[in-house]
Write a protein that binds this ligand. Structure first.
Ligand code: NOS
Ligand code: ZN
Length: 362
C-alpha cells in the first residue's frame, strides 16, 4: 500500500531544490550568535523564537522591496569567513535533514565585503562551509550535494565581475549565475555584458524574472539575455487565458516557455509574502502544473518565508490534492533542470529519485 503523503513522509522523500538563498536561510539562533560574535548591534531581538517570527512577519509585507529589507540583518552578520562557513555548513545540514538530495544554493558575494573580505575569500568560505556541511550530514546517513550559484545584485553594477568570478570557480563547485534584488526599474538587460560573457564561456545562468514585474521582464530574460531558467516566473500566467468553459489559450511567450521546456523555479510561500500570489490554492503553480510547464518547487528564503522544501510540497499537496507521482514529477523536473552535468543528473534521477518514490508508492 502506498505511504500516505504527509509532511513527515514527504521529509523522507528525495527532493531537489534549485532556488534557495544562502542569506535567506539562516537559523534564527545562528543570526543571534553571529551578531554577538561580530559586534552587530541592530537585531530587532536576541530571542531566537521571537527573531524567527520577526523575520517572517517583516517579510510578509506584500512588496518585494520591503521583503528584501529584512536581508540587512542576515547580510550584516555574514561579514567574516567564520560566519560564512558556519552559515553554509548549517544550510547543507538543514537541507539534508529535510531530505533534499541535491540543491543549488545562491548568494551575492558583493554583499559580504563590508568587513574587508575579497570576493575570492567569500567564495572559498562558502565552498568550505558546504563541504563541511555535506560531510556532517553524510556522517549522519544523509547524502546531499550542494551546487553554488553566484548572484549579482540588479541595483549594483557589478554583474560582469561576478559572472567572471562564477566562471573562475566553476570547477570548484560554482555551477551557475543569477541576478537578484529589486525587479521593477532594474530590467535584466542592464546586465547584457555579463550574460554575453557567460554564454561565450558556455556557462549556465538563471534570472529572477516575472516575480514583482510582469511579462516584459520574462521576455527580456529569455530572448535578450538567454536565461536557461526563470527565478519564479509566476507572471507567465499573464500570457495564459482560461475561458469559462475551461479552454486554455497560451500566448506566444507562454507557448515558447512551455515548448522550450524552460524551467520555472517557483517559490509558493515567498510569493504570498511579496504579493505575487494571494494564496497557495490560487498560486499559478496549480495551472502551470496542469498545463505541464517545466515547473519546479523551491523555498527561496527558508528564514524569511518560514518554510522548508518538505513544507512547500506539503502545502501544495493540501491545496491541490497532489500525490507521490506529482511530487516525483516536480523533483525530476528540478533534477533535469539543474546546472550540473547530464550524466550526474541522470545518475541522481535513476539511483536516488526514482527508487525513493517507488518505495513510497509500493
Ligand atoms: O525573491 C527574491 N527576489 C529577488 N531577490 C531576492 C529574492 N530573495 C532574495 N533576494 C536577494 O538575493 C540576494 C542574494 O541572495 C539577497 O541578499 C536578497 O537581497
Ligand atoms: Zn529568489
Amino acid at each position: 500500500m502506498s505511504t500516505p503523503v504527509t509532511l513527515e513522509t514527504i521529509r523522507t522523500a528525495p527532493k531537489v531544490l534549485l532556488h534557495d538563498h544562502l542569506d535567506g536561510g539562516l537559523r534564527p539562533q545562528t543570526v543571534i550568535d553571529l551578531a554577538d560574535a561580530g559586534g552587530y548591534a541592530n537585531l530587532p531581538t536576541t530571542d531566537a523564537e521571537e527573531l524567527g517570527v520577526w523575520f517572517a512577519e517583516a517579510a510578509d509585507s506584500g512588496s518585494l522591496v520591503r521583503y528584501l529589507e529584512t536581508f540587512a540583518h542576515t547580510v550584516g552578520v555574514m561579514q567574516n569567513t567564520d560566519a560564512i562557513i558556519r552559515v553554509a555548513a548549517e544550510a547543507a545540514e538543514d537541507l539534508a535533514d529535510d531530505g533534499v538530495v541535491y540543491a543549488e544554493v545562491r548568494y551575492a558575494p558583493e554583499l559580504f565585503t563590508e568587513g574587508g573580505l575579497s570576493l575570492e575569500q567569500i567564495v572559498e568560505a562558502v565552498q568550505e562551509g558546504f563541504r563541511q556541511g555535506e560531510a556532517t550530514a553524510a556522517a549522519r546517513g544523509k547524502k546531499v550535494r550542494i551546487g553554488t550559484l553566484l548572484c549579482a545584485m540588479r541595483q549594483n553594477a557589478r554583474s560582469l565581475e561576478i559572472a567572471e568570478l562564477a566562471v573562475r570557480y566553476r570547477d570548484a563547485g560554482v555551477v551557475g549565475f543569477d541576478i537578484a534584488g529589486p525587479e521593477a526599474g532594474f530590467p535584466p538587460t542592464r546586465n547584457l555584458d555579463a550574460f554575453e560573457y557567460l554564454r561565450q564561456q558556455n556557462a549556465h545562468f538563471t534570472i529572477h524574472a516575472g516575480e514583482a514585474f510582469g511579462l516584459p521582464s520574462i521576455w527580456e530574460a529569455i530572448q535578450h539575455c538567454g536565461a536557461e531558467r526563470l527565478g519564479h516566473g509566476v507572471r507567465i500566467v499573464d500570457d495564459i487565458k482560461v475561458e469559462e468553459d475551461g479552454t486554455v489559450h497560451l500566448g506566444r511567450l507562454a507557448s515558447y516557455v512551455r515548448d522550450r521546456r524552460i524551467p520555472l523555479e517557483m517559490c509558493p510561500s515567498s510569493n504570498l509574502q511579496t504579493g505575487a500570489a494571494a494564496s497557495i490554492a490560487e498560486h499559478p503553480i496549480g495551472l502551470l502544473h496542469r498545463l505541464r510547464f517545466r515547473v519546479t518547487v523551491n523555498t527561496d528564503n527558508r528564514l524569511m518565508s518560514h518554510c522548508s522544501m518538505s513544507g512547500e510540497m506539503a502545502a501544495l499537496v493540501e491545496a491541490f490534492g497532489y500525490g507521490w507521482a506529482d511530487l516525483q514529477w516536480f523533483t525530476v523536473n528540478a533534477m533535469k533542470s539543474a546546472f550540473i552535468g547530464f550524466d550526474e543528473r541522470l545518475a541522481i534521477i535513476n539511483d536516488v529519485i526514482k527508487p525513493g518514490y517507488a518505495a513510497l508508492q509500493a
